[in-house]
Design a protein around this ligand. Structure first.
Ligand SMILES: O=C(O)CCC(=O)C(=O)O
Ligand SMILES: [Fe+2]
Length: 293
């Protein structure tokens, strides 16, 4: 499997051919990063003022937009500028949604559009992060407060850096290898505790055995220096003014450097996949020989 698969689409509302869609879904679900080298998200002239690290509140790394509530959090603006930045994020959410629905027509019925984020801080410079929160370390995504209960995490990223600076990532080997490496270290979590966390709303929804396994994998990967230094990990450059899509719950990734990136998260049920057996859920269930949700 190639770590990067180029997809030659030039517009968010392009109408890809059936063949292109089939190739895209096959590569994506196999754990490849789909890179769209000709697809850039264009800022309006007045929006280039948001290309500054000061766009985000001090000590935060992301601005986040919730399309359901139509609310933006974490930015340092008020009044009209706050509204303008929100419009940018809303436009990105909309464009990313159009792209995903046209490239993956089989997902349309059940895919969910989630948070949108803007990342204006130079990733290389981030300081004061605990290991667990440091995305400069290789990991697969799992969110402590938001159990996915097996649903997939699909993310669309657009590098909106206008100084030609790429976003540099390190990517690891396929999910099955990582899972097999760390599986012997997974502990069973007390289900009483998990129900309690849910009932007092510390988690949004019940943390299933799948979520508990994915959270531990995330933490174990970040903590393991030998894994981080594995020569099979590859450095990749995601060029300025391009877009890429990846299942971040499946592909081990770390951000090394880069500034000014937009990101849109989607959740997808495993049954909606073209090849569900390639999902982390089905791989873990096979390796552990038991149902996890
Ligand atoms: O900011 C990035 O480039 C990637 C950070 C990350 O780990 C993620 O979005 O899942
Ligand atoms: Fe991540």
């Amino acid at each position: 499997m190639e770590r990067i698969t180029p997809i030659l689409i030039e517009h968010f509302d392009a109408e890809p051919t059936v063949t292109m869609c089939a190739q895209a879904v096959d590569a994506l679900e196999a754990g490849s990063i789909l890179l769209l080298p000709y697809l850039s998200f264009k800022l309006l002239a007045e929006e280039t003022q948001f290309l500054t690290a000061q766009a985000v509140e001090p000590k935060r790394k992301n601005v986040s937009y919730d399309w359901r509530l139509q609310k933006t959090k974490g930015d340092s603006y008020i009044g009209e500028l706050h509204q303008k930045l929100q419009q940018l994020l809303a436009r990105y959410a909309n464009q990313a949604n159009i792209l995903v629905n046209s490239l993956f027509p089989h997902y349309t019925k059940s895919i969910q559009l989630a948070r949108t984020s803007y990342r204006p801080v130079e990733a290389f410079d981030r300081t004061n992060l605990s290991n667990r929160k440091d995305d400069r370390l290789l990991h697969t995504d799992a969110f402590p407060a938001s159990p996915t209960q097996g649903w997939r995490i699909l993310r669309v990223f657009s590098n909106i850096n206008l100084n030609r600076e790429p976003r540099v990532w390190r990517v690891g080997e396929n999910f099955e290898k990582v899972a097999a490496r760390f599986l012997p270290h997974l502990k069973t979590k007390n289900s009483l505790v998990r129900h309690l966390l849910n009932s007092v709303n510390i988690t949004r929804g019940l943390q299933t055995n799948y979520d508990a396994a994915m959270l531990q994998l995330h933490d174990l990967m970040k903590k393991d220096q030998a894994y981080q230094d594995d020569p099979l990990n590859q450095m990749i450059e995601l060029p300025a003014e391009t877009t890429w899509l990846v299942f971040t719950d499946q592909v081990p990734h770390a951000v090394i450097s880069g500034q000014f990136c937009l990101e849109q998260t989607f959740y997808l049920p495993v049954q909606a996949m073209t090849y569900p057996e390639r999902s982390p859920l089905k791989i873990l269930e096979r390796l552990m020989n038991k149902p996890l949700v």
